[in-house]
Design a protein around this ligand. Structure first.
Ligand SMILES: Cc1cc2nc3c(=O)[nH]c(=O)nc-3n(C[C@H](O)[C@H](O)[C@H](O)COP(=O)(O)O)c2cc1C
Length: 192
């Protein structure tokens, strides 16, 4: 798909058909992730490809616990209605894990987010590659990362960045509107 169209065609998908994602599709998606930019090309990410129903259920449980925490903490009302069924439904969940020790030179000047920034670029590439194949995906972060770490066996020195369910979309959601780009000329100018 043309890049301009692809960027706008990609939607956050929250309902999936059970149809399997083929190995070729998955390879293409992970390859696109791998081609994301990263500080010093350190490629500070790894993937956990989850297709085991039991594991998906446990990840959903971690999400449901976070949802309950938000509800109990007086969070937004929509959290009560937010269904995480897509975590069971999607044929595959791609968990993106980053290595904060591979953030490039940022440590010399107090910028500790290099690996996280790269992992986010990686997630976006994954989602665009999925969309390019007519697949839906979601950047899912509604979980306590420490609980996700425990369930997935991720070592303490690494970080769970996102869980990305991928599969054939059951519905194509409406595109949430975007604001006009807010660009400053030459230096930041406070809003009038
Ligand atoms: C860092 C990040 C975290 C997100 N976490 C969640 C999430 O936990 N659950 C969810 O349903 N959507 C999540 N989203 C998706 C956003 O809600 C979505 O991108 C936004 O509403 C715009 O819709 P669109 O992706 O269809 O353009 C997340 C997106 C980003 C970039």
């Amino acid at each position: 798909m043309d890049f301009k169209d692809l960027v706008k065609f990609r939607r956050s998908c929250r309902s999936f058909e059970p149809t399997a994602v083929s190995e070729e599709q998955l390879d293409a998606i992970l390859d696109a992730g791998q081609w994301a930019p990263s500080p010093m090309n350190l490629q500070p990410w790894e993937f956990i490809v989850v297709s085991d129903p039991e594991m998906k259920k446990r990840i959903r449980q971690v999400g449901e616990e976070a949802r309950q925490q938000v509800i109990d903490g007086g969070g937004p009302g929509w959290a009560k209605k937010y269904s995480m069924a897509f975590l069971d439904q999607a044929p595959v969940l791609i968990v993106v894990v980053s290595d904060p020790s591979k953030g490039g030179l940022g440590g010399f000047f107090g910028q500790s987010q290099g690996a996280m920034q790269a992992a986010c670029a990686c997630v976006q590439n994954i989602m665009l590659a999925a969309a390019d194949q007519g697949l839906g995906s979601l950047w899912f972060t509604f979980f306590n990362p420490e609980s996700a770490r425990a369930i997935l066996g991720v070592p303490v020195e690494k970080e769970v960045v996102a869980v990305v369910p991928v599969g054939r979309p059951q519905q194509t959601p409406e595109a949430p509107p975007r604001k006009a780009p807010r660009a400053h000329l030459d230096r930041y100018a406070a809003a009038k």
